[in-house]
Design a protein around this ligand. Sequence first.
Ligand code: RFL
Ligand code: PHB
Length: 394
Amino acid sequence: MRTTVGIVGGGPAGLLLGRLLDNAGIDNVVLERRDRAYVEQRQRAGILEQSTADTLRAAGAGERMDREGLVHHGIELRFARGSHRIDFPALTGGRGVLVYAQTEVVKDLIALRLAEGGPLLFDAQVDAVDGVAGESPVIRYRHQGAERTLHCSYVVGCDGFHGVARQAVPAEVSTHYERAYPYSWLGILADAPPVYEELVYAHSERGFALASVRSPTVSRLYLQVPNGTDPADWSDERIWDELDARFALEADPGWRLARGPVRSKAVLPMRSHVTEPMRYGRLFLAGDAAHIVPPTGAKGLNLAAADVTVLARALIEQQETGSSGLLDAYSDTCLRRVWRAEHFSYLMTTTLHTDPAHSPFDTRLQLAQLARFTSSPHAAAELADNYTGLPLPR
Ligand code: RFL
Ligand code: PHB
């Protein structure tokens, strides 16, 4: 098989890139190692920045998102048993975010692709990407029991943090920047109505907690837990009790979350990682394949969408005019935004979590930072500007 752009990975980055290229008439093939049901049900992000929503809309993939997504105009920061709102539109000149789960974005993009787009192969495991330093790269993959090759003009690695595309870059030309955190998240999905109108990010001496939402009847909740935690050690009752304790407010001590059956539980490690550069020859890396952020800033999916928006524009320019200017600038253009989001995600994570190595002095510093976010319009605007998302690079 031969195509112009071979895309490794059918997560949000690969599927959105495929859609943007389909719309421009550039042929492309998406190879995804898992089956459709697995990809559609993988629980992950929930927050779309305005520019991500705009990109999906412009790509013709925003119809259900606009019907079912919930516009949020702020978040709540809870600390020292007090509650403080960050008002996004007031601080950013009108911007907000959309609560629309990654599972739904992925379902919408898959449905469009299968109805009217180029090839999308599930159960297609890529083993290697070869020849990216030359003119004719090849993707080697297994599908329906056979070993196959896909010849491409360009290869895009959208295969996430554990993908194989990055391995095609020689070690001496890439640099990895990394940080691990001494805590994880226990994420749950519960058949319980969300009780807060906006997301609540809570700092407490018992650890961080986050209340998010999936629908009027389904809550998405997270608890900070030690690395290596076994979800089986957390009964439903223990989870609800701990959430109540971490969200507790001095002004309303008897208040409780609405409880319901816990549908899924998983422990997620937290990591920051950047690979530079995001391009080697005819191979481009996008999304989690190139960078990871801890989820506290809600940035991962949005960075993935920004990368492929920049890349699609560059590939379209190359195909239409023969100019490789935007492709040559791809890595630098994306990395500027990536590092801003890395910093924001790090700041949100380290300000809100309880670090086992922290002294009371460190905790006081966290509380001073949180007080600053919620008392200074300048500090609040900095948070709101980053959370709602910086403009896409031009
Ligand atoms: P993905 O989603 O990991 O998709 C990669 C795809 O590549 C496939 N693949 C292969 N296919 C073929 N051959 C191979 N050899 C392959 N190896 C891998 C995989 O099966 C998969 O389908 O990466 P992508 O597309 O770059 O998307 C990135 C996002 O998924 C990720 O950044 C976000 O989920 C991060 N994230 C959040 N981001 C936000 O913007 N807002 C949020 O609110 C938010 N919350 C979160 C999050 C991530 C979380 N976890 C699980 C770490 C909350 C959580 C809990
Ligand atoms: C989610 O809804 O899953 C979610 C929201 C905000 C975050 C992380 C995850 O920061």
